[in-house]
Design a protein around this ligand. Structure first.
Ligand code: G3P
Ligand code: MG
Length: 255
């Protein structure tokens, strides 16, 4: 693994870090992904109540910490006091919530690639998240080691408005099921990739996406045998909780 590997299109991306083996979206989960031979991670970013961008998936903190409450109500001090590891395993007790800033520093130092998912809660605007998180990510990582994705098209439009050069900002459109209007959205955003729920992906959709010239990633397959036929549809990479499972099932055996 080196800069060349992280710059190439990843076959496997560790979902929320190596979330099968470490508490999701933590520094440990990213270190573990690297140790397992995975050069790319997918991580979720959102803002605390005081505007600090942190690596976190849910609206609330109940599932992945030792307390409950809404993330958007926390200040950095309060968020840092949480234990976001022991819910996963007692040996992970004391793991702190990662700020985007420290996570970017770690990813840079490990020379990894990052699929940063802008997590926009239902009904909220992603503009503040774009304004805060995007400049940090663009400054910390080379353009070919970053893909910024989101389910919310308006937020992606804000990201594209921030950086209009598609070579300098690679945008990934996240969909559950591919909607009829995907081409227009992808063109408007000058998108780099589409990221689709593998269980809802159809062969024809995959072909259309590849024919249109976009990279195609699937989330979140954790069963390499069930996924195997889908590689032939032209999928570039999988975003999996445990990428090592896929190693021997990759189309040409190369990670
Ligand atoms: O980015 C792919 C995947 O992470 C999207 O769903 O809920 O796991 O963030 P979710
Ligand atoms: Mg995600």
């Amino acid at each position: 693994p080196n800069a060349t590997t992280a710059s190439a299109l990843p076959r496997t991306i560790a979902h929320r870090g190596l979330s099968a083996r470490a508490p999701e979206n933590t520094l440990t989960a990213v270190r573990e992904a690297k140790r397992a031979g995975c050069d790319w991670v997918e991580l979720d970013v959102q803002l605390l109540g005081d505007g600090t961008p942190v690596i976190w998936h849910d609206n609330g903190v109940r599932r992945c910490s030792n307390t409950r409450g809404k993330l958007a109500k926390l200040t950095l001090d309060k968020a840092r006091a949480l234990d976001v590891g022991s819910w996963f395993h007692k040996d992970c007790a004391g793991e702190p919530m990662a700020t985007l800033e420290e996570m970017l520093a770690l990813i840079g130092s490990l020379d990894m690639g990052l699929n940063l998912e802008l997590k926009v809660n239902r009904g909220r605007s992603g503009q503040a998240l774009v304004d805060t998180a995007l400049p940090m990510a663009l400054k910390a990582l080379p353009a070919e080691q970053l893909v910024v994705s989101c389910f919310d098209v308006q937020t992606l439009s804000a990201a594209r408005a921030f950086q209009r050069d598609a070579e300098l900002l690679r945008i990934g459109l996240l969909y559950d099921k591919l909607p009829a209007g995907w081409r227009k959205e992808a063109e408007r955003l000058d998108a780099f990739s589409l990221h689709l729920n593998w269980r809802k992906l159809k062969k024809k959709d995959a072909r259309d996406i590849k024919d249109a010239g976009y990279a195609l990633f699937c989330y979140t397959p954790n069963d390499p045998i069930a996924f195997q036929p889908i590689w032939d549809w032209g999928v570039d990479g999988v975003i999996s909780d445990d990428p090592a499972l896929f190693t021997q099932y990759l189309p040409d055996g190369k990670p």
